[in-house]
Each structure stands twice: as structure tokens, then as C-alpha cells.
Write a protein that binds this ligand. Structure first.
Ligand SMILES: O=C(O)[C@@H](CO)OP(=O)(O)O
Length: 249
């Protein structure tokens, strides 16, 4: 049996402002820092240790990982960064307030943009400064492949090859793995691992900074998965994330 831990970053400045974030590289808030530290302390209390960590190239996930590692006294841990673990690109919605967007386009449309499997938000136009193609962190990403927007399916398509070719061999080699990423990149992985039907993925919310454990069999199929925090805490956190897409009444 193999055991891996998935972790979404703590609250970011744009989570706090309820803005679509995607590939925008915003920082953690003070609350997000504390959430990340609490996740680290929880992992430590439960006796978790790791050999290797994977994260995106966005600072909210990178900092969350470092804060967790600090709490585990494991800042020395090898860390692999990849854009393939980035949050889903929210395209032209990046920067917009979610409640305002729901008031303008309707909550159903916003739900489809946020949580459906194959509905992508409107794309970024050529020349839009949010297309950060020249950023050195994306040097390995061919310009033609730089996402102008992504639906969850697109995120699955870019994450799964990394899972299969980079992460899986490490798990099979017996390394204990921590993946610090984002709400929708982790939804993509969970969809793939649990084989969640396309129509059911709309109901899946990943709360912030809550360690999610997957126990995997020899073929890396899930035996079971669970959050370390109690069910009530997780349900409340999931409901709060879901509510971000409601228009303010
Ligand atoms: O804005 C985003 O990038 C994501 C994560 O914060 O939001 P949502 O939960 O709406 O997918």
C-alpha cells in the first residue's frame, strides 16, 4: 500500500477578495500563512513524514509547501516544481470578482465555468498582459501551448502525463510524496484517481490547506481517501468555497 498527501494552498489575497485567480501569481494572506502552518502541525501530530514534494510554479502553493515543511522540520526536502500543477487558467475571468460575475452572467453560468468538466471560461486575447508567456518559469512550455483558458478537462490533460511519468515512478520507488497545489489542479487529479464521472465532478470542492490522504494499491488505484481534519470542519470549508460563486443578495 502506498500513501500520498494532497494539499491545496492556504488563503490567497485573491481568495480573500473573491477574485478568479488561475495563473495569476498572488501571495498568501496572513490567514493563509496560518492555515498552511496549521496543516503542517496537523501532519506532524499525525506522524506524517515525506521524502519528496511536488508543487506548481505559483507562490501561493510554493509558500504553503514551505510553511508545511517548516512545521515538519523538513525544509531540506527535495521539491519538484512544474507548471503542470498550476491552478487551472481562468482565462479572461482572471481578476474578476466571482460574486459580481455571478450577478452579471448568472450563478448557473459561473457554476459551469467554475466546476463543470468541459466548459472553459472565455479565453485571454492575444496581447493581453495576463498571458505571461515570457515569464522564465514557463520557459519549458511551448508558446503555442500556453493556455489562454482551461476547462477542468484541459487541466486533467496537462496534469496526468506529469503524474504518470514523474510522480508515479517516485511513488513506486517507495518515496513518501506530498503534493502542494491548487483547488482545480487537485480536482483534476482526484477526478483521474477516483474515476469521477464528468457529471459528478461539479460537486467536488477541495478546501484550503486541508491535508487529503490517498491510500493506493500496487496499481496505484485508490483504496481509500480521507481528510485529516474532522468531517464537520471539511464540510464547512467546502461549503464556503462553493458559496464564492453566488451573487451577493
Ligand atoms: O480562482 C481560482 O483560481 C480558483 C481557486 O481559488 O477558484 P475557484 O474555486 O472558483 O475555482
Amino acid at each position: 500500500m502506498y500513501r500520498i498527501v494532497l494539499l491545496r494552498h492556504g488563503e490567497s489575497t485573491w481568495n480573500q477578495e473573491n477574485r478568479f485567480t488561475g495563473w495569476t501569481d498572488v501571495d498568501l494572506t496572513e490567514k493563509g500563512v496560518e492555515e498552511a502552518r496549521a496543516a503542517g502541525r496537523l501532519l506532524r501530530r499525525e506522524g506524517y513524514t515525506f521524502d519528496l514534494a511536488f508543487t506548481s510554479v505559483l507562490k501561493r502553493a510554493n509558500k504553503t509547501l514551505n510553511l508545511v515543511l517548516e512545521e515538519l522540520d523538513a525544509l531540506w526536502l527535495p521539491v519538484e516544481h512544474s507548471w503542470r500543477l498550476n491552478e487551472r487558467s481562468y482565462g479572461a475571468l482572471q481578476g474578476a470578482n466571482k460574486a459580481d460575475t455571478a450577478a452579471r452572467f448568472g450563478e448557473d453560468q459561473v457554476l459551469a465555468w467554475r466546476r463543470s468538466y468541459d466548459v472553459a471560461p472565455p479565453p485571454l486575447a492575444e496581447g493581453d498582459e495576463r498571458l505571461t508567456m515570457n515569464d522564465p518559469r514557463y520557459a519549458s512550455l511551448p508558446r503555442a501551448q500556453f493556455p489562454r483558458t482551461e476547462c477542468l478537462k484541459d487541466t486533467v490533460v496537462r496534469f496526468v502525463p506529469y503524474w504518470e511519468t514523474v510522480i508515479v515512478p517516485q511513488i513506486l520507488a517507495g518515496r513518501r510524496i506530498l503534493i502542494a497545489a491548487h483547488g482545480n489542479s487537485l480536482r483534476a487529479l482526484v477526478k483521474y484517481l477516483d474515476n469521477v464521472p464528468d457529471e459528478d465532478i461539479v460537486g467536488l470542492e477541495i478546501p484550503m490547506a486541508q491535508p487529503l490522504v490517498y491510500e493506493l494499491d500496487a496499481n496505484l488505484r485508490p483504496i481509500k481517501s480521507y481528510y485529516l481534519a474532522d468531517e464537520e470542519t471539511i464540510r464547512a470549508a467546502q461549503a464556503a468555497v462553493a458559496a464564492q460563486g453566488k451573487a451577493r443578495s
